[in-house]
Design a protein. Structure first.
Lengths: 111, 121
């Protein structure tokens, strides 16, 4: 199971772009990289998933370099409502895909 | 957008009592999960369920716990003889399937409910 390392916390201001980088040096060939968002007292919400290069959806972009040893979640023009904990997950802990969460990055967006 | 729903949102129980937490996964999903999150700590995997049987379970999921899919829509977590340390948020999740035939690990995201806060007194 690939171990991930991400900053414990980040601060930003409304309207800025936020980039959260996750390191996963021992990622396996078959591993996907997935990001979840969690608000207080709510379940994690899927944001984006990728395998290589760049993936973009309506809320975020995910940049994955060729060596796949890291990935960067990019949130364009954040708002106060983006204040949450963001989790980077790589691979899976068991044969049926149970997710192993780390401590995540607590993003605080200020006005 | 389809959602995973969990009931109740908050359950208060005396230590030693049995509790049943209920979940309605997204209707076309095949895999079901339970996770828990103790206040201030990370989300922890408990158990996964597929084709009416447990697929995988963590060390946390001991004989005190059981899961069941009693009908075509509900997925339950039962905790027998609750302990104080069982106090936590319990999240149910579901997913469509895994792309196993390509030899690639999971690429189907799990969809989580908003949890049941279990308080053991």
């Amino acid at each position: 199971l690939a171990k991930t390392t991400q900053p414990i916390s980040m601060d930003s201001y409304e309207g800025q772009e936020v980039n959260i980088t996750c390191s996963h040096n021992n990622i396996a060939t078959n591993d996907y990289i997935t990001w979840y968002q969690q608000f207080p007292s709510q379940g994690p919400r899927f944001i984006i998933q990728g395998y290589k290069t760049k993936v973009t959806n309506e809320v975020a972009s995910l940049f994955i370099p060729a060596d796949r040893k890291s990935s960067t979640l990019s949130l364009p023009r954040v708002s106060l409502s983006d204040t949450a904990v963001y989790y980077c997950l790589v691979g899976y802990g068991g044969s049926q895909g149970n997710l192993i969460f780390g401590k995540g990055t607590k993003l605080s967006v200020k006005p | 957008e389809p959602e995973v729903t969990q009931t109740p949102s908050h359950q208060v129980t005396q230590m030693g009592q049995e509790v049943i937490l209920r979940c309605v996964p997204i209707s076309n999903h095949l895999y079901f999960y339970w996770y828990r999150q103790i206040l201030g700590q990370k989300v922890e995997f408990l158990v996964s369920f597929y084709n009416n049987e447990i697929s995988e379970k963590s060390e946390i999921f001991d004989d005190q716990f059981s899961v069941e899919r009693p009908d075509g829509s509900n997925f339950t977590l039962k905790i027998r003889s609750t302990k104080l340390e069982d106090s936590a948020m319990y999240f149910c999740a579901s997913s469509v399937d895994f792309t196993r035939d390509r030899g690639i690990g999971w690429d189907q995201p799990q969809h989580f409910g908003d949890g049941t806060r279990l308080s053991i007194l």
